[in-house]
Design a protein around this ligand. Sequence first.
Ligand code: AMP
Ligand code: GLY
Length: 426
Amino acid sequence: MNILLIGSGGREHALAWKLAQSSKCDKLFLAPGNPGTENLGINTGIGVEDFSAIENLVLKENIGMVVVGPEVPLVMGIKDHLLSNPALSSLNIIGPDKMGAQLEGSKDFSKKFMNKYGIPTASSRTFTFQTLNDGVEYVSKHSLPVVLKADGLAAGKGVVIAQTNEEAVATLKEMIQERKFGDSSTKVVVEQFLTGIEVSVFALCDGENYLLLPEAKDYKRIGEGDTGLNTGGMGAVSPVPFVDEIFMQKVEERIVRPTVSGLKKEGINYTGFIFFGLIKVGDEPFTIEYNARMGDPETEAVIPRIKSDLVDIFEDVGTKTLHKTKLEIDSRTTTTVVLVSGGYPEDYEKGFSITGIENAQDVLVFHAGTSKKEGKLVNSGGRVIALTAFGSHIEEALAKANLAADTIQWQKKNYRKDIGLDLLKK
Ligand code: AMP
Ligand code: GLY
């Protein structure tokens, strides 16, 4: 079968690496792909929002399976677009339709959904331009800290945790009145702050059944010891030691199952990943957010632990037989360390030559923000390369990933050396 994978980051390189290993994968196409996927498939260079070019490619290359990596094309309705072509009505698309992607595309939708189906989450209220005065009144008296979230997609920047009521009022006005995040902040969800430790749980859904994948913990802050600005993710580990069987049972019963059955009750045929951004408060799981895709860099830690054939698993999505799917998991730990451009997540310089990848040993090298300039590999994004190492425990995997991280060089490269170490203290 010919397969198309949409996206260009470290997540997509990891997915491409895994898909290309399947004997069922004939030709793998990427839209657009990155220098790391060049040897795994055919980089088409087609942008993730160029739906008509994607549609033409699917038709021309007789593609039978489309895997959507990032959220933007999902929220824009790539699935609805492709399936509206009668010639593609039986295409197997790994990714929800526009309605299902609202789990990620609208915080207001996802909060209403969670409340309707009794899924534990922080208590919240939503405000708009029409109700701004009520909102100001509400946040000026809210307990602190208080969380303000732009309703729509904001590239991971739409959440503000206000430490004072004045800051909360100013932020609410900035978001709604001054449209700080454009259309994404015409609605704002104000919610209670939850204290605990976060974990990312992933389920693959076929519209009826779900399959849980290994969980992971993501490290979002730029600095060691979880300090400094938020980033797209500086590293990940899988499995997560504090996620034991009892906790996972609670997650499944209270969060995963009601979500999957709730989607069905809403008439949504959800085929694809659900990423549950959870927080463990005491011993209890709460949902911070949903995403309609896999996490990045969590994918780079999770996918290498899956021993089963990923094309087989995705075929089970198409045939709605995930209840029969057996997932074989590597019991070892993976640690993913992300190498970033110096200055990221603020301004950073691009175009520095990257050397030493061929000397990195005992790691999987996933490209994220690299490109080719005059035949040479250079940094072209904030997050540049993700390195994943296996170990019998976090320290062993981390030591290998850090060693490889030192081997790969470009000017002003930066990375965290402490991925996963906080979990050892618990
Ligand atoms: P989100 O974009 O919803 O994932 O939010 C970004 C980050 O803000 C999360 O990963 C959490 O670290 C934090 N956050 C969001 N909502 C809450 C909450 N209700 N309580 C505490 N932290 C939160
Ligand atoms: N690593 C968090 C995310 O993918 O949103």
